[in-house]
Design a binder for this molecule. Structure first.
Ligand SMILES: [Zn+2]
Length: 256
């Protein structure tokens, strides 16, 4: 009995070594290794906030387009674009109002890695145009008073105290995040439109309570007849969404 034991043990060693070799050389394992970065990106949670909703229609275009509908449409297109890579949550999924502070509180409770509030510009000047990116800054770099700032909704002091100024420690990353989106929007992809884009720091309440990198993006001026038209064009919205996604990917890939 003892005589046959050693060769069996020896063969077992060979079998184990062969199995290990086969496992390591397996294409699925090699692929998993190379996809490590993608896998890390997949775990990120992004909260998209379609501005306004319900009784709060936002700005209105000369042709009667409401900002609340454009923000919802872009949020949907952007969510579809991002869902391939990220976990995406919308603060509202239809035409109803949510308190400004609850929007960021939602992102905080979900431990979101990013918060994006979507708006359009509205100006009495019909020639005002372009895309503006905002990050939170206590003292405004511009004299502009934004609608989101004056629109406090049904303000809850609990939320206000709890999350007050948490954005301060994310300010640097929020600015970098805005810059990544800016760079991406400036890049031309094929046939696409060229956008006038700028970044500003502003004391925006909708960003103040976000405990994560957060930006507000104004995608063109709904009060500009030409831009109102393009904001109703699904191709333009898809193009903007694709570029925002590229900026987000870039932000996470080079994350500090
Ligand atoms: Zn707005």
């Amino acid at each position: 009995m003892m005589k046959g034991y050693k060769p069996i043990l020896f063969k077992l060693h060979i079998v184990i070594i062969l199995l290990l070799f086969m496992m390591l050389a397996h294409p699925a394992i090699a692929e998993a290794k190379s996809n490590k970065l993608n896998f890390q990106i997949q775990k990120k949670t992004i909260v998209i906030d379609p501005g306004h909703g319900g009784y709060d229609k936002g700005a209105k275009g000369p042709d009667g387009t409401f900002e609340k509908n454009v923000t919802m449409e872009l949020a949907r297109v952007l969510a579809a674009e991002l869902e391939k890579t990220y976990k995406v949550i919308l603060t509202r999924t239809d035409d109803y109002w949510i308190d400004i502070l609850k929007r960021t509180a939602m992102a905080n409770h979900l431990n979101a890695d990013m918060f994006i509030s979507i708006h359009t510009g509205g100006s009495f000047l019909h020639q005002a145009s372009g895309i503006s990116l905002y990050y939170y800054e206590k003292v405004s770099t511009s004299a502009l008073m934004l609608e989101t700032e004056s629109m406090e909704g049904t303000k809850s002091s609990n939320f206000k105290e709890r999350w007050s100024n948490v954005q301060g420690r994310h300010q640097k990353n929020s600015k970098i995040f805005a810059e990544r989106i800016l760079n991406s929007l400036k890049k031309k992809i094929g046939k696409t439109v060229e956008y006038n884009t700028e970044i500003q720091g502003a004391p925006l309440m909708v960003l103040e309570g976000a405990d994560t990198p957060a930006i507000l993006i104004e995608i063109g001026y709904i009060t500009n007849p030409k831009e109102e038209k393009s904001l109703n064009d699904i191709n333009v919205l898809s193009d903007i969404a694709e570029k925002i996604k590229n900026g987000i990917d870039d932000f996470f890939e080079k994350a500090p």
